[in-house]
Design a protein around this ligand. Structure first.
Ligand SMILES: [Zn+2]
Ligand SMILES: [Zn+2]
Length: 333
């Protein structure tokens, strides 16, 4: 990764907005993209300006925009555009469009001084701290997760993985009235989960963790287990721990193969639910959540680097998972 001069975006076209990114969160999918694990495999996606978790300020609004945005507004950016034609798009699940475009992955993202976007991706927010507004994107994945999980008040939700997505799922689940248990092998991450009100359990072995999760839920197993790790042992433990007729929700990204007991699905009649990015209305829910809980969310931001040090920030975040939660590139403009 290197700093370079790029052409400015010019004037906004009809239905378009020019924003000035102020803060960009770095996340696990940035690591995967940077390492070449998310792309086509032939490198054709590079060079690319990364950055899909963006807190920004509106600079200019094009003609025909009807959302009421004005220059100077604080905004969070929904990174996803869909094709509108494929099967998931036709049935209203365009967040898993076969041909979607994510800013920072398929098109240039927020690690630059100006960005031109369709108005529909620009969400105004009363949250004026850009690094906190940028958290709307990881929060939106958590909104999608609890929606897919159909979490109900009084239910138990065990979350494997206490990174930023796990923490966000915990906050959303707690707000919906669920009891939350977070499991991780990193003490520092559990400490943060605990500070935000979750019960926590250190990861030991799949067998022991399965046992302890079931015990925590009252013996039968939690109604929902969310895997936010992508780690095979964790997914296996989740499948064993979840109650029969419960929901196992997978949101962690990895390229591991996972072997699972086939009868586990049958025996328990599990709903196994994958979670990708979210839809626009869910992004709006995430923005509203950020506005309600900005002060608590701010503690997820553990480091800030200026734009000039973005390459170093990405490497540092990849190498220091125990010392960082959300690394943010701030001071962009
Ligand atoms: Zn992300
Ligand atoms: Zn589509």
């Amino acid at each position: 990764m290197e700093m370079a001069d790029v052409a400015p975006p010019g004037e906004p076209g009809p239905g378009e907005v020019i924003v000035r990114p102020q803060a960009v969160g770095i996340c696990g999918s940035d690591f995967h993209f940077y390492l070449g694990e998310l792309g086509t495999g032939d490198g054709s996606e590079f060079p690319r300006i990364q950055g899909h978790e963006v807190g920004a300020v509106v600079e200019a609004v094009g003609s025909g925009c009807e959302g009421g945005l004005s220059s100077g507004d604080s905004v969070a950016l929904h990174p996803l555009s869909a094709c509108g034609r494929c099967y998931p798009c036709r049935i209203g699940r365009y967040n898993v469009c076969d041909d979607f475009t994510l800013i920072g992955i398929h098109s240039d993202g927020g690690l630059q001084e100006r960005l031109r976007l369709p108005e529909s991706l620009v969400f105004r927010t009363t949250e004026s701290r850009p690094a906190v507004a940028a958290l709307a994107e990881p929060l939106s994945i958590a909104v999608r997760t609890v929606n897919r999980a159909r979490i109900e008040p009084g239910e138990h939700m065990a979350i494997l993985g206490a990174g930023p997505i796990g923490q966000a799922v915990a906050l959303l689940g707690a707000e919906r009235g669920a009891s939350i248990l977070m499991v991780d092998r990193l003490e520092s991450r559990l400490a943060l989960g605990s500070a935000m009100g979750a019960e926590v359990l250190p990861w030991t072995t799949p067998e022991e963790v399965t046992e302890l999760i079931r015990e925590w839920s009252g013996g039968e197993g939690p109604e929902v287990v969310v895997d936010a790790t992508g780690v095979p042992d964790a997914i296996r433990a989740g499948m064993e721990a979840v109650v029969s007729a419960g929901r196992l929700v997978l949101v962690g990204i990895s390229h591991h193969e996972v072997s699972l007991r086939a009868f586990g699905f049958v025996d328990k009649e599990l709903d196994v639910l994958g979670v990708s990015c979210c839809k626009g209305d869910e992004f709006g829910e995430a923005v509203a959540f950020v506005e309600r809980h900005g002060d608590r969310l701010e503690s997820l931001v553990t480091q800030e680097f200026p734009l000039e040090r973005a390459p170093e920030a990405l490497r540092w975040a990849m190498e220091h998972p125990a010392d960082s939660m959300k690394v943010v590139i701030g001071d962009i403009n």
